[in-house]
Ligand binder design. Structure first.
Ligand SMILES: *Cc1c(COP(=O)(O)O)cnc(C)c1O
Length: 395
């Protein structure tokens, strides 16, 4: 039995050693199998080892693997063009990075570059948000518990409560703000979709104050919520959007996409690995497959089925709300027992994750079928029953 004792223990891990994946299933070395509704925290858009994705990665690795950004490559050029085509952002330009935090760093630098030249250095972000673990993205993150040990961080961010238009209006009225940074569906903060009207009003306020709207769609984008950007579900077009998790289908890639007139010039930003041919080929395979198999519609359909069934089949006393859009789903529990529920789901053969102490999150691959959705709901119901019984609650 291998031990991970030498790995820096930055995660409170579930007691599993995963060895292999195939489609919707992940396996331990001894063969025990799990229906994967954690989906690599939403990164596994096509599931494990999807044949189209695998072939694209293999072929690219065997053709040319890395050139740095001193030279152009076809996968990078094609991916940037595809993203510019698929996203509603007008005359878009794309910076490719290696992760969500890096994509957000690029967006923050872009906004600040413009803002500093106008004497407007601040960025408004939301309480409860999550934007990454690098120094600037951690400062942007509206969760004091994650920041505490590292304070003081940069003082560029002003946090306001999500959904509170008055607070947003006041913050923008101060005159020192260059951008609003928000997740259209707050992922780590409990899978909380921002109301459509709120997003539309924030868009209008940003226009009124000539402030950039930056949508962190690292978790909600790339098709997960049923459209390429979750903001589109609210009829809102951001000035800048960031993607990562689902974009590479399992390979590390991030993208910062900005509208005409908001871009870096030569020397202003860089990355050695960013936009390398292999992750770009993987991302192209992901986007093509989503389009060809109409997985945006599947995300909407199966997401709706999951939410409906969870609401019907779970006891009201334990599940107080089911939130989300498409295949980003949060099950709000009445008590902070999400960890126990996820552990009990593992015993039932299904992987899920936590989004806070009292929210169970499901972010399965977009290829999930109705039967698999039902299997996951059954596991959730059984897990809730076990946790309730162990705690002496009547389910
Ligand atoms: C996961 C996440 C990030 C950070 O992405 P990494 O790839 O882990 O750096 C940023 N923003 C949101 C909304 C996320 O969900």
């Amino acid at each position: 039995m291998t031990s991970d004792a030498y790995v820096m223990q930055t995660y409170a891990r579930y007691p599993l050693f995963l060895a292999r994946g195939d489609g919707m299933r992940a396996f331990e070395a001894d063969g025990r199998s799990f229906l994967d509704f954690a989906g690599g925290l939403g990164a596994l858009s096509l599931g494990h080892c999807h044949p189209v994705w695998l072939e694209a990665v293999r072929e690219q690795a065997a053709t040319i693997g890395l050139v740095s950004n001193l030279y152009a490559t076809e996968p990078q050029a094609r991916l940037a063009e595809r993203l510019a085509e698929l996203l509603p952002i007008p005359d878009a330009r794309v910076f490719l990075a290696n992760s969500g935090a890096e994509a957000n760093e690029a967006a923050i630098k872009l906004a600040r570059k413009r803002g500093l030249s106008q004497g407007r250095p601040k960025i408004v972000a939301l309480e409860g948000s999550f934007h990454g673990r690098t120094v600037a993205t951690l400062a942007a993150t509206g969760q004091p518990g994650k920041r505490e040990a590292f304070e003081p961080l940069v003082d560029w961010f002003v946090h306001v409560p999500p959904g509170d238009l008055e607070a947003m209006r006041d913050a923008l009225g101060a005159g020192d703000v260059c951008a609003v940074l928000l997740e259209p569906v707050m992922g780590e903060g409990g899978v909380r979709p921002l109301p459509h009207e709120y997003l539309q009003e924030v868009r209008a306020l940003c226009d009124e104050h000539d402030v950039l709207l930056v949508a962190d769609e690292v978790q909600s984008g790339s098709g997960r919520c049923g459209d390429w950007l979750a903001a589109s579900l609210s009829g809102v077009v951001p000035d800048v959007a960031t993607l990562a998790k689902g974009l590479g289908g399992g390979l590390p890639i991030g993208a910062c996409i900005s509208r005409a007139g908001v871009a870096f010039g030569p020397g202003e930003h860089a990355s050695t690995f960013g936009g390398g041919p292999i992750p770009c080929a993987a991302a192209l395979a992901v986007l093509d497959t989503i389009e060809r198999q109409d997985l945006l519609a599947n995300a909407r359909e199966i997401g709706g089925r999951l939410r409906d069934r969870i609401l019907v089949l779970t006891p009201d006393a334990l599940v107080t709300e089911v939130r989300g859009r498409g295949l980003l789903i949060g099950v709000q529990l009445a008590e902070p027992v999400a960890h126990e529920v996820v552990l009990a789901m593992i015993d039932e053969g299904v992987l899920a994750t936590e989004a806070g102490p009292d929210v169970v999150r499901m972010s399965p691959p977009l290829v999930v079928t109705p039967d698999e959705a039902d299997e996951a709901v059954d596991a959730l119901v059984a897990a809730l029953g076990k946790v309730a019984a162990a705690r002496g609650w009547t389910a």
